[in-house]
Design a protein around this ligand. Structure first.
Ligand SMILES: *Cc1c(COP(=O)(O)O)cnc(C)c1O
Length: 372
């Protein structure tokens, strides 16, 4: 059986280092907002080349509290429009609506599944105040063009980097392009904790301070509350474990990129639409860290069943777009045909840092055997 992603094997590779880190925390007697969080924040900010990193309880909170901080700082207000790709994972949209901002769902680029600068431009109105640029599936959105548009229209840009740890263009990583960025360290993400965890990164010191306060009951100083905040802190245990995981992130990414190249060269079945050109190389793929390797197949159910019969697990990211979710029934009348087709056809092949090239060859062979 080829699993979609084997978290147990992934974490067992670093079993002793993780145990040592956990032991350090247990023996420290200090479990919330201590040295491990501080050290992780510095290490991750340095990895992303940003001045600040604020640990959070999870990725959704990192996005929610960054937008909330902009409201507290007077840069956003209730009802402002925020552009977001229509095909994103629902968390990107939840962060907007949680703040009573108005999500403007924009169709993605058909090939990259990320925001398309022309479509973003068309969606800008006098009420538009921000863009949530999602690096979906691990590929950096076209940040240069997005930042140019943002400059031109005086918009804030929040990157949703939950799937794109380490992805870069021109040596500049996800998390350092926008005015701020949210990361998730959910166990299945490219850099996963052993539980929920997240962070935001930014070069804006005032924003970082405000987000930190919002995640700590709205308090900069013990027992003095400037905001009606939440409790959303990264804990010492997850921070210590993440410091171990960060050391292996680049090596893990390289394995993912090599698998992606092998898939792109090996899968030649015209019924399976690839996300990257067969001529792609690891060096040409620095902008993509392949959190997911997503292909499109019209007869998706049959394809998944055939792979399953060959012992290969696949998943769908995502089966229902945000505007068709019950939670957003108010948006049901929106017509987003490209997003809807994408959700009907996408299917994710197994990919991960412990997958062997023999397994990759089996997946390729099964994809090539498929006929409708
Ligand atoms: C996982 C994810 C989130 C949310 O992160 P959590 O840590 O699970 O809260 C947000 N956006 C995207 C694109 C994600 O994939």
């Amino acid at each position: 059986m080829i699993p979609f992603l084997d978290l147990k094997v992934i974490n067992q590779q670093h079993r002793q280092a993780l145990i040592d880190a956990a032991t350090r925390v247990i023996d420290s007697g200090w479990y919330v907002l201590g040295q491990e969080v501080k050290a992780f924040e510095q290490e991750f900010a340095s990895y992303c080349s940003t001045q600040h990193c604020v640990g959070m309880a999870n990725g959704l909170d990192a996005l929610v509290l960054t937008l909330r901080a902009w409201k507290e700082l007077g840069k956003l207000k209730e009802g402002d429009e925020v552009i977001v790709p229509a095909n994103t994972y629902i968390a990107s949209v939840l962060a907007i609506t949680e703040n009573r901002l108005k999500p403007v769902l924009v169709e993605p680029d058909e090939h990259s599944y990320n925001l398309c600068p022309q479509k973003v431009r068309q969606a800008i109105t006098p009420k538009t105040k921000a863009i949530v640029a999602v690096h979906l599936y691990g590929q950096l959105a076209p940040m240069k063009a997005i930042m140019d548009l943002a400059d031109e229209h005086d918009l804030l840009v929040l990157e949703d980097s939950a799937q794109a740890h380490g992805a870069m263009v021109d040596g500049q990583r996800a998390g350092s392009w926008g005015h701020a960025s949210g990361f998730s360290f959910y166990p299945g993400k490219n850099m996963g904790a052993l539980g929920d965890a997240g962070a935001m990164t930014t070069n804006d010191a005032e924003l970082a301070l405000t987000v930190r306060a919002l995640g700590n009951y709205g308090s900069h100083k013990k027992y003095e509350n400037l905001y009606q905040g939440l409790n959303s802190r990264l804990d010492e245990m997850q921070a210590a474990l993440l410091r171990v995981k960060l050391q292996y992130l680049d090596a893990d990414t390289l394995v993912r990129q090599k698998i992606a190249v092998a898939y792109a060269q090996g899968i030649t079945n015209p019924l399976v639409t690839l996300p990257i050109a067969p001529s792609s190389t690891v060096t040409s793929l620095q902008n993509h860290v392949f959190h997911l390797f997503v292909v499109r197949v019209k007869a998706r159910a049959a394809f998944q069943a055939r792979l399953k019969a060959s012992g290969i697990d696949t998943l769908i990211h995502y089966p229902i777009p945000p505007h068709q979710q019950q939670a957003y029934r108010d948006y049901q009348n929106l017509s987003l045909p490209l997003t809807e087709i994408i959700h009907q056809e996408v299917v994710s092949l197994p990919i991960g840092p412990t997958m062997g090239m023999g397994e990759v060859a089996e997946v390729i062979a099964a994809c090539n055997r498929f006929s409708a």
